[in-house]
Structures are given as C-alpha cells and as structure tokens.
Design a protein around this ligand. Structure first.
Ligand SMILES: *[C@@H]1O[C@H](CO)[C@@H](O)[C@H](O)[C@H]1NC(C)=O
Ligand SMILES: *[C@@H]1O[C@H](CO)[C@@H](O)[C@H](O)[C@H]1NC(C)=O
Ligand SMILES: *[C@@H]1O[C@H](CO)[C@@H](O)[C@H](O)[C@H]1NC(C)=O
Ligand SMILES: *[C@@H]1O[C@H](CO)[C@@H](O)[C@H](O)[C@H]1NC(C)=O
Ligand SMILES: *[C@@H]1O[C@H](CO)[C@@H](O)[C@H](O)[C@H]1NC(C)=O
Ligand SMILES: *[C@@H]1O[C@H](CO)[C@@H](O)[C@H](O)[C@H]1NC(C)=O
Ligand SMILES: *[C@@H]1O[C@H](CO)[C@@H](O)[C@H](O)[C@H]1NC(C)=O
Ligand SMILES: *[C@@H]1O[C@H](CO)[C@@H](O)[C@H](O)[C@H]1NC(C)=O
Ligand SMILES: *[C@@H]1O[C@H](CO)[C@@H](O)[C@H](O)[C@H]1NC(C)=O
Length: 886
C-alpha cells in the first residue's frame, strides 16, 4: 500500500514537473554551444548555453569564410590529441528516454594539414567514429537512450588524426514511451536515417515543427550515396490539409504533408546506412495525401533484396490508416540491414496508383558496454577529489580509455590494475574504497600528505607494488599488508607509523625507515637481509634493465634485417617495427629511421636533389644498398610532433608499395624527415604531371591499364595459398582495406593528374585530393577533376564516372565501407572495356595495339616485379607509350 501511494506520488510529481516544464518552452532540452561564451536563443527558439564550465579543452572560432551564421556553429571546443578522453557530464532523469545529438563543424579551426578523426562514446559505450572529410560539412551523431542514472557522460577520445573537437551537444527529453524497444536495457538506438520524403527544400524539419527536435532530413539533401538510384517517374506531392493520427512517435505533420509517389509503379532508393550492417529498427510512415477517386486504389509491397519474406505484406495506405490524411506506420523492431541499403516499393498488379512514401526512420541497435567492474568504486574515489582536474575526468574509469591516473587491464569488462597518485598534494585519509579494487596490482600514493591509518588491503591479493612513503600516515602497519601473496615492493618510509615492523618475504623490497615511532626489529640479521635483499633487488633490476635494453636494440636490428630480407623476397610484407606514436590504430606502418642512419645514408646531407616550399630533398644510400630520397621538412612546415605523426600516418595510407614507396620517417633533434624510395626513372606522378612534356602524357586508357595492373598486383598476394605463414595472412588481412584506400587515391591521381597532397592545387577548403575530388563528384562535376592534359575525345565520360565513383568508395573513412580489391579491379576492367568499345567505334585503335601495350605496362609495374622482388617502382618510360613487339 505504501509502495503504491509512493508510486502514485512519484507519478504525480513527475507529471507536474513535466507539465510545468513543457508549458515553458522545452526546458527538457539541453543545448550546449561548445566553445561559446554567452547564452542565446536561436531563430528556432532553442535556448543555447555555453560550455564554459568545462575545465578541459580550448575554444576556437570558425573563420567567417565558411559562411556559417548560426551562432552555435561559429565556435567549437577542441581537445589535445593525446590518448586521454575528454567528457561532458549531462544531468538526466533516470528511467526517461532521451535523444542525444552531437555535431561537428570542423571549419579548419586549427589550420592543420589533416582532417580530425576520433571517437565519441556515451559512458563506456563506443558510439561513433567521427571522421571529418570536408571542412564545411556538419557531421552529426545521434542516439536514443534510456537513462539509468542521474547523469550521463559523452566523451571524445582516440585522436587518430588531428584534434578531437565538438560544435554542439544537444539533449532532448522524449515523452512517455516514445522509442521504447524490447532491447533498451542492453542496446542504444543509434540513428542512421530519418528522412522527410518530398521535402520542399534542402532544409531539415525540426523544432518547433517536431516538439522533440528530431531532425527530419530532406530527401533533397546533397550527400554522397544518399537516396540515389531514384526510379524514373518519381514525383513529389504535398498538401496543406492537416494529417490526422498524431502520436509522439510519429513524424510531425509538416513531414507527413509531403511525399514521393512512384507514378510508374515503383519507388526505388539506395543509400548508405552509417554503422550498419547490423540489427536495426526501421519504420516507414505513409499517409494518403492525394485525392483518389472512388474506384482508385493504392496498394504496394516493400521489396528488400535480403528479405523476401517482407515482400509478402501489402500496404494499402488508406485502408491501413482507416482513411486518407491519416498516418499509417508499419515498421520492424529488429531487422538485419546492410550498409548499402537498396529498397523498393512496388505497386501490386491490381492497384491503380503507384506507391507513396512520406517518411522513414532507421536506427541501429548499438550494444551497451557493461563498463569496467570498478566503475562505481572509482566514481566514489574520484568524487572525493571533485575539485581537482583529475577528479572530474568523467565517464568510465577504463573505457574507452582510462583516466589519466589509472591503468586498467584489457578484459572485456576491465578492472583497474594501477592507481597512480604520487605527489598530488592529497590530504586526509587514504580512501578506504581503494581497498575494494580487488584487481589492483600497483598502488602509488607516495609524496602526499595522507594522514590516518593504512586501510586493510587484504582483499587486493594481486597487489605487487605499494608506495605509501613520504606521507603522514599513522597507526600500525596492518600485518596483512606484508603478507600479500604477490608483494614485490613495499615502501612505507618517512611516515608516522608506529608499532612493529612486520616481517616481509625475502624477495620483497621494502623500506620502513624514517618512521620515528616504529620499533626496530631486534634481529640484525634480518635487517641486513632487508638491505641485502634490497641491494640485490636493485642489482637485479639494473641487470634486467640492461638486458632488456640490449634485447630491444637487438630486436631493432633483427627487425631491420627482417625487413630487408622481407623486401628481397616479397615486398608486400608489412614493416614490423613501428614507432608507438605513429602506429596507432592503422594497419599501415611506417619505419622510424634514426638520425644517425639518415646521416650515414646521405653522407651528412651531401647531395641535394630537389627543394620546394616544404624543404629540401637529399639523395642517400642505406647500409643495405637501397637508394633513398630524404625530404627534410622546413622547420615551419610542421608545428609539432602530432602534426608530423598525422602526416606520416596519412602518407603510409596513401603511398602504395606498387607506386612511390614511402619508406619511413625520422624525427630527431627537432628535425622532421620523410624517407622515400629513390626513383631513377621518375615516378608515376612525374609522368602524369611532372617533368614529362604534355604531349607525352599518358592517355586515359593507358592509365586504366596501369590501374588494372596495379590492382592485379594487389589482389594476387592475398590469394596466394602456398605462403604458409599465418602471421603473413593476418597482416595481409589487416592491410587489405588500407590498400584499397591507397588504390582509391591512385585512381583519383590517374583521373586528375594531381598529386595526392598539395597546398596549392585544391583550393581553400581542401588540402588533399580526396576532399577535392569528393567535393566535385558529389556536385556531379566530374569535368572539374579530369586532367586537363587529357583531350576531350580521349576518354568517355561513362568510364570516368565509373572510376571516379569507385575511387570515392575506396577512400571511405571506414575500412568496412570500402569495396574489396577484386571488386575495384573488376570495375577498372569494365572501364577499359568501355574505352575500347568507344575507341573501336571511333575507329581509333586496333586490338593489336591495346593488347601489346597492356602487356608492357604490366611488365613495368605489376606482379612481375612484385614477385621478383627487385626494383619495385612504377617506371612508365617510353616503352609503355609505344606498342612493344613481343
Ligand atoms: C573568438 O571570437 C570572439 C569574439 O570575436 C573573441 O572574443 C575570442 O577571443 C575568439 N576566440 C578565439 C579562441 O580566438
Ligand atoms: C562562402 O560564400 C562565398 C560567396 O558566396 C563563396 O564564394 C564561398 O565559396 C563560400 N565558402 C564556403 C566555404 O562555402
Ligand atoms: C507528452 O505526453 C503527454 C501524455 O501522453 C501528452 O499529453 C503531451 O502532449 C506530450 N507532450 C508533448 C510535448 O508531446
Ligand atoms: C514507365 O514504365 C514503362 C514500362 O516499364 C516504360 O516503358 C516507361 O519508359 C516508363 N516511364 C518512365 C517515365 O520512366
Ligand atoms: C534481433 O534478432 C536477433 C536474431 O534474429 C537477435 O540475435 C538479437 O539479439 C535481436 N536484437 C537485437 C537488438 O539485436
Ligand atoms: C555529473 O553531474 C552529476 C549531477 O550534476 C554529479 O552528481 C556527478 O558527480 C557528475 N559527474 C562527474 C564525473 O563529474
Ligand atoms: C602541490 O602544491 C604545490 C604548492 O601549493 C603546487 O606548487 C603544486 O603544483 C601542487 N601539485 C599538484 C600536483 O597539485
Ligand atoms: C629507505 O628510505 C630512506 C629514506 O628515503 C633512504 O635514505 C634509504 O636509502 C632507503 N633504503 C633502502 C634500502 O632503499
Ligand atoms: C581508434 O580509431 C580507429 C579508427 O579511427 C579504430 O580502428 C580503433 O579501433 C580505435 N581505437 C580504440 C582504442 O578504440
């Protein structure tokens, strides 16, 4: 009875709270203007507040040249590109559902060469990877979640390239049971598409039309792979009459008042679904908004390639909704969907009208992380120090990356294994919660002003290293402390401890000195033992250090030798030794040269072979006899370590081994150098747009053949069955998708004759070929990227388009969105076929010519050299340009 009335009271209170809040204009909304300074209300009536309470990160302004006038997008907050996470803490009401939206407008805030790429997480759950590909495009991540506590944290981490940043963070409380799913305790709903069909403009419909400020994207929006392959006969219809059947879950009326109709019998669309393949929730929204005559009907089926069972159901909009101008919303609560979604609505034979579609919403089920086991205990500990920076890092202590003063193991549900709070000016008692961290291996609390007794750590049986020295700890030393089964180091010196020194095992290094109230152990032998033990320990440590140093150096050498021999036998082996700052999450690898190696190879930078705004290029020969070109970057061309690291990462993504080979880098004594293979015969680049005169530039069909050969060279090794080394397979697997990326860049280079990275060629908003080409291709302007050296009658636009579209797929930010190498190869072959047919139609080429020329190009760059393992560069010399008799 008491419980029921309590429940009623709660209901009452929350209803009161809600009505009072919804009467005012949506205070259940939180809109953070990241980097902003003043609160303001935007033109939609949304109230924005600055995030200036945040102690982390720095603010930046977006240049006005980006034409972005909405105040919330003129500023942003960015964070250091390190291995930490940076969190926002948002208050929520437990057991309520929310829509959470984060947006990112890069706007070249840092004038960097590399677009930022980082992760965003909700609490311990990885939410999305944010990969900026255009400075002026607003990236957005959205999810729906059920709050389970009174706050949630949204964190940015894993700076792969550039600096993590954020423009806005928006939290919208949903009403009642909106977006309830059977899986909401274990899954978030990550929004992949919310589309308003038949929209009147490119602008989305959102607040105040949608009281929950869901963003209904216009179907007119120009975005790559968004609603393409539209069937002929698709028309846009709209009405001003009201649409009935309003419920919170349904789209707002404005969205339902417009639609598309397949006048020729079907509606078809293709689009990419971010985050998929996976299980998702998919809803379609229909309302009859055309006036049908008595004898007319509109009946259709949904056709999904992988779901034949779905096509059985017939939609009869008017009948299902009970009347016209009323919403009907069939949907699937758990459907497997692919990344590339093709869907079709097809009219039934007995229907007089084609299908109609007003709106659609697709979300992916995003598995919630359980978080680390010690999350609650650690939150309690951190809350004791909430005024310090490290005490308010927020989020999970371990996931997706640990707090700065914590180390965790890599279990699926991680545990805290080290707490490192040396010299932090901490006072008061040692938090007793620390003793609940049963996975703890190292505890560093030395050099503080802790007072009071040492807590009982007897449950922390993994503890190996305990540093409590240089505090003001009092009381007896718990006997359990010295008896911890795995103890290796116990430092308690310079405290105010009293009682007896406990006996410790022989192999434990310990120090109890400087505790004036601690009674010495009578047994001199034992004390001597401690000292001897300690010295032996120190000596062992020293030896271990020396030995491991030697091993590391050996390892270095071995790796280098391995690398060289690998190069001799097969160039496709990935370089093994990778600098830890540069390897990061990529499968790509770059070798770190020492300055000494470079100086030796270049004879202290003796022979200068080129120069430019970036710096000077020197010639060199490595100890292994390999000729190299060393680009010494001008001091001002890179601001810092991180930028250089980004550039190296980018280069190792872009330069494929079959073309100009990027060998590695050197970063010592403030100098940044990039090392390439030296090319005697010039590179593909030079032949495309370099020193070779225009009239000798390579034709389009020749470029396609070069691409085909390179593709063949890349497809082959991974299919070779006789290489019985499993690590080889694994690394090959790892690099396949990054090879596809490199190949996409090569295709763009072949189309445009442009270098992959250039400060001048791509205009203000693009710094590399990918952004530049994408911008043109997305705008349907393929001519804008075609090499001007190619005569108009030298190529067919059809094959250009084919290659350009494939190239853009290859350079998709996520590996899993990229096509396979053999798929790309097939398209290149198709393009060659198109060109040959076109040439034949023009009577311009004989079969004889194309066959022999294809052959010679493969001689120069493809598999032949790859397997022989000698010189491996593209040398497109005159022999390629002329038919070679065979
Ligand atoms: C951004 O612009 C505002 C107003 O023009 C200025 O006060 C502020 O200092 C700028 N912030 C940065 C980081 O440049
Ligand atoms: C901003 O507007 C100007 C003038 O309309 C235009 O030339 C420029 O390209 C725009 N900049 C961006 C980044 O869209
Ligand atoms: C929320 O739900 C209540 C009860 O169903 C309803 O009366 C109210 O209008 C809804 N609020 C909004 C903003 O839709
Ligand atoms: C409509 O479909 C018919 C038969 O499938 C076809 O012949 C016609 O060209 C189509 N009309 C349009 C506008 O696509
Ligand atoms: C959806 O269905 C599949 C089986 O078809 C099941 O494994 C999965 O747990 C369901 N729910 C979600 C959220 O994926
Ligand atoms: C987040 O905010 C809530 C309530 O405002 C507070 O109780 C909690 O301690 C905060 N968490 C962190 C990590 O600051
Ligand atoms: C500790 O306090 C001293 C003196 O107040 C200060 O200089 C130092 O920065 C503090 N250290 C930390 C880690 O807070
Ligand atoms: C123990 O600590 C004291 C004070 O820091 C130091 O002088 C002494 O060398 C240490 N003893 C050992 C064996 O490490
Ligand atoms: C960091 O991001 C990259 C992709 O950008 C991803 O492959 C990698 O797994 C991420 N690392 C972590 C620790 O999440």
């Amino acid at each position: 009875m008491v419980r029921i009335s309590l429940l009623l009271l709660c209901l009452l209170v929350s209803t009161l709270l809600f009505t009072s809040s919804s009467a005012q204009q949506a205070p259940a909304f939180v809109s953070l203007d990241c980097g902003g300074t003043e609160p303001f209300t935007d033109e939609l009536g949304l109230k924005w507040s600055p995030d200036n309470h945040l102690i982390y990160g720095e603010t930046a302004n977006i240049s006005t040249s980006f034409n972005e006038t909405r105040t919330q997008y003129t500023t942003l907050r960015h964070f250091p590109a390190d291995s930490r996470k940076y969190c926002y803490n948002l208050s929520v009401i437990s057991r309520n559902r929310y829509l959470l939206r984060a947006t990112f407008l890069y706007g070249d805030f840092d004038h960097n060469n590399v677009y930022p790429k980082f992760d965003i997480s909700l609490g311990a759950t990885h939410w999305a990877n944010i990969a900026i590909s255009e400075a002026s495009t607003i990236e957005m991540a959205e999810l729906v979640f059920l709050a389970t506590s009174s706050s949630v944290s949204v964190c940015l981490s894993n700076a792969t390239t550039g600096q993590p940043f954020i423009s806005t963070l928006e939290l919208r409380q949903l009403n009642g049971s909106m977006y309830t799913t059977d899986f909401e305790d274990r899954f978030y709903l990550s929004v992949a598409a919310r589309i308003n069909f038949g929209a009147e403009s490119e602008d989305p419909v959102r607040y105040p039309d949608d009281p929950f400020d869901r963003i209904w994207q216009s179907d007119l929006l120009k975005k790559a792979n968004y609603l393409v392959d539209v069937a002929a006969g698709t028309v846009r219809v709209s009405t001003t009459l009201p649409i009935e059947g309003y419920a919170d879950d349904l789209p707002p009326q404005k969205v339902m008042q417009t639609a598309v109709v397949g006048t020729n019998g079907s509606l078809t669309y293709r689009m990419n679904l971010e985050g998929f393949p996976g299980f998702g929730r998919a809803y379609t929204y229909f309302a009859e908004i055309e006036d049908l005559a008595e004898d007319e009907s509109r009946k259709f089926r949904l056709v999904l390639p992988d779901h034949p069972e779905i096509s059985k159901a017939i939609v009869n909009v008017k009948e299902n909704a009970q009347r016209a101008y009323r919403t009907y919303e069939p949907g699937f609560n758990n459907l497997t969907l692919p990344f590339v979604l093709n869907f079709r609505f097809a009219k039934t034979a007995d229907s007089s009208r084609g299908p109609i579609l007003n709106a659609m919403e697709i979300s992916k089920y995003l598995k919630k992380s359980d978080g680390s086991i010690d999350a609650t205990v650690m939150a309690n500990i951190a809350s004791l120090y909430s005024s310090t920076e490290w005490g308010q890092e927020g989020g999970d202590p371990c996931l997706p990356s640990p707090w700065s003063w914590v180390e965790c193991n890599s279990d699926p549900q991680p545990r805290v294994v080290a707490v490192k709070l040396s010299n932090m000016n901490l006072t008061g008692n040692i938090p007793s919660d620390l003793a609940k961290l049963t996975g703890l291996v190292e505890l560093w609390l030395d050099g503080n002003s802790f007072t009071g007794p040492i807590p009982d750590f007897s449950r922390c049986i993994n503890l190996e290293i305990i540093h409590l020295e240089n505090n003001q700890l009092t009381g007896k030393i718990p006997s359990s402390l010295a008896k911890l089964p795995n103890l290796k180091e116990l430092y308690l010196q310079n405290n105010l401890l009293s009682g007896k020194i406990p006996s410790v095992a022989e192999n434990v290094i310990s120090n109890f000195s400087g505790n004036i109230y601690l009674s010495k152990r009578g047994d001199k032998g034992k004390k001597l033992g401690v000292i001897i033990g300690a010295s032996i320990g120190a000596a062992v440590l020293l030896i271990v250090t020396i030995v491991s140093c030697i091993c590391m150096c050996r390892g270095k050498k071995n790796n280098k030798m391995r690398k060289t021999s690998a190069e001799l036998t097969n160039r496709t082996l990935p370089v093994q030794r990778v600098s830890s700052t540069l390897s990061e999450a990529h499968g790509d690898a770059a070798h770190c040269f020492t300055l000494y190696e470079i100086e030796e190879a270049t004879k202290k930078f003796e022979k200068r072979i080129g120069s430019g705004g970036f710096g000077i290029v020197y010639y060199g020969i490595t100890k292994e006899g390999k000729e190299i070109a060393v680009k010494v970057l001008a001091n001002n061309s890179y601001q810092g370590k991180r930028e250089f690291a980004n550039e190296v990462t980018l280069l190792s993504r872009i330069h494929h081994r079959n073309l100009v080979q990027f060998l590695g880098y050197c970063q010592e004594e403030g100098r940044n150098m990039l090392v390439y293979e030296f090319m005697h015969n010039g590179t593909l680049k030079e032949h495309l747009y370099g020193v070779v005169p225009r009239d000798r530039r390579i034709s389009w069909i020749k470029r396609l053949e070069i691409a085909e050969d390179a593709a063949r060279g890349m497809v082959k090794p991974s299919q070779k069955q006789d290489r019985n080394l499993s690590w080889y397979y694994i690394s090959q697997q790892l690099t396949e998708k990054s090879d596809v990326y490199s190949f996409g860049v090569i295709l763009l280079e072949l189309i445009s004759g442009q270098e992959a990275i250039s400060n001048e060629n791509f205009g203000v908003n693009c710094r590399n070929i990918v952004q530049w080409a994408k911008m043109h291709i997305d705008n349907g302007d393929i001519r804008g990227i075609i090499d001007p050296a190619l005569a108009e009658d030298d190529y067919s636009l059809q094959s250009m388009w084919k290659i350009a579209e494939k190239a853009l797929l290859c350079v998709k930010p996520h590996g899993n969105m990229r096509p396979s190498m053999s798929e790309v190869q097939k398209d290149v072959q198709d393009a060659i076929r198109i060109e040959k047919e076109a040439l034949a139609a023009r009577g311009g080429i004989s079969d004889e010519f194309s066959r022999s020329s294809a052959h010679s190009s493969s001689l120069n760059m493809g598999t032949t050299y790859d397997l022989a393992g000698s010189q491996n560069y593209v040398s497109i010399d005159d022999s390629v340009l002329q038919p070679t008799p065979r």
